[in-house]
Ligand binder design. Structure first.
Ligand code: FE
Length: 437
């Protein structure tokens, strides 16, 4: 193994014979390939990072062509248009953030003071805060404004190492504004050069004009909004907030069955504030994921394991909402694959999967290796992109991170900083370029 050169990443222009848009990333002290069987990883496989020492990756265009030790890769591919020297550093796949609400207008910065003063969510809502504040601002915003806000946020995600992001609608709560949010997300994704997986979350809350009439709002979603979203092909999933005061499991079932008939698989905001049968519903309708799960029942978790539903844990929300943390170890022991997301939203403004991984280790009971699996492979499958991203293997997208750390354990260890020194998205260096001169 080469001696470590921990101080900088060096990228140099290759010779003329190098393939255009080719990239070599060499001498990673730990290359976390996460190679393994197709599908989300559970049980023992959930902590096997497939580490190569002095590892290297060669990519052409957007895709990985070869992975191995630096000696092997430099023999087969001696030069490239761009070379990154990761001596002494960790290389891993770009993070996949499996759950965000990154498109919205307005600010709820004021609510931090109210939270600090001990106000409850209901008291904050009574002061004009909470989700309906965001709904008002988002309805008033133009599509271009939402796209611009989304772009700024997506660029912040990339800088912190996230290369694929799920983004939900759910602050329009009427057909034209839900469609507006989804178009803005797609626009922001194109401009940011990030892969965004859009999810329709019209059933995020009951809008004020339907107060006390959640069934009537659900009828509207089923008869009008969901078909319009499906027709526009503007979402990959349909999600529902199953919780007391929002939507019941029976209402969620109606919505997700209709969504399935229109070709949209389900996701469920499940058992966040109380056990309302969200986990069991996700299993029953074969949802791709059930998210939150702070209060999931044993029966719900067992049903998820049998149905192959992924558990997406969102510890930054527990932090911001002063709630307990989901028991990740209990889910893993039951054989449920665990994924992670930031749940970036106006009440919990967190773009950092690095922070989420540290929280998952300290509060959800995940080992650092399990948290990294949850933030890459399992998150990729939770958003339907497992065939393309989440591992460093031949044929996958060249979405790569270089961490300024000697071992992957530092991802769980270091809280609230930024270890990501370089980001490669679809073969292009997006961060770390300043170090190439
Ligand atoms: Fe959420």
């Amino acid at each position: 193994m080469r001696p470590a050169q921990p101080h900088k990443i060096r990228a140099v222009r290759g010779e003329a014979v190098a393939v255009a848009r080719s990239l070599l990333l060499v001498h990673a002290s730990e290359l976390l390939t996460l190679r393994g069987p197709k599908g989300p990883r559970a049980r023992e496989a959930a902590s096997d990072l497939g580490i190569l020492e002095d590892g290297a990756v060669y990519a052409e265009g957007e895709r990985i062509v070869d992975v191995g030790t630096s000696a092997e890769i430099l023999t087969r591919h001696p030069r490239a248009a761009t070379t990154l020297d990761a001596s002494g550093k960790v290389v891993l796949p770009g993070f996949v953030d499996a759950h965000t609400h990154a498109i919205f207008a307005g600010s709820r910065a004021q609510e931090v003071e109210w939270k600090a003063q001990g106000l409850t969510y209901a008291e904050i809502a009574a002061r004009g805060g909470g989700i309906l504040h965001t709904v008002r601002a988002t309805r008033e915003a133009s599509e271009a404004d939402l796209a611009r806000l989304g772009l700024e946020r997506l660029l912040a995600f990339v800088s912190l190492g996230t290369t694929t992001v799920e983004v939900k609608s759910g602050y329009g709560l009427q057909t034209q504004d839900e469609l507006k949010m989804l178009r803005a997300a797609a626009d922001a994704a194109r401009t940011a050069g990030v892969d965004v997986v859009p999810t329709f979350l019209g059933a995020h809350a009951v809008p004020p004009e339907f107060e006390g009439r959640s069934d009537a709002y659900l009828d509207l979603l089923i008869s009008e909004t969901l078909p319009a979203v499906a027709l526009a092909r503007s979402a990959a999933y349909c999600d529902v907030f199953v919780e007391e005061g929002y939507f019941s499991a029976a209402q969620g079932r109606r919505l997700l069955q209709k969504a399935a008939s229109l070709g949209l698989p389900g996701k469920v905001h499940a058992d966040e504030l109380s056990d309302t049968g969200g986990a069991a519903l996700a299993a029953e309708v074969r949802a791709v994921s059930a998210d939150h799960l702070l209060h999931a029942s044993d029966a719900g978790i067992e049903a998820m394991a049998r149905a192959g539903v992924i558990a997406t844990l969102l510890p930054a929300t527990s932090l911001a909402s002063r709630m307990p943390f989901a028991d990740g170890r209990r889910l893993l022991a039951a054989g449920v694959p665990v994924a992670l997301g930031t749940d970036f939203n106006p009440n919990a403004w967190c773009e950092s999967m690095q922070l989420v991984i540290a929280l998952a280790c300290h509060h959800n009971g995940l080992l650092p290796a399990q948290a990294i699996m949850a933030a890459t492979v399992n998150a990729a499958y939770a958003v339907g992109r497992g065939e393309d991203v989440g591992t460093i293997e031949r044929g996958k997208l060249a979405d790569l991170l270089v961490l300024d750390a000697p071992s992957y354990h530092h991802l769980g260890y270091r809280i609230g900083g930024d270890l990501v020194e370089a980001v490669v998205k679809r073969g292009r260096v997006r961060k770390g370029r300043a170090l190439t001169k």
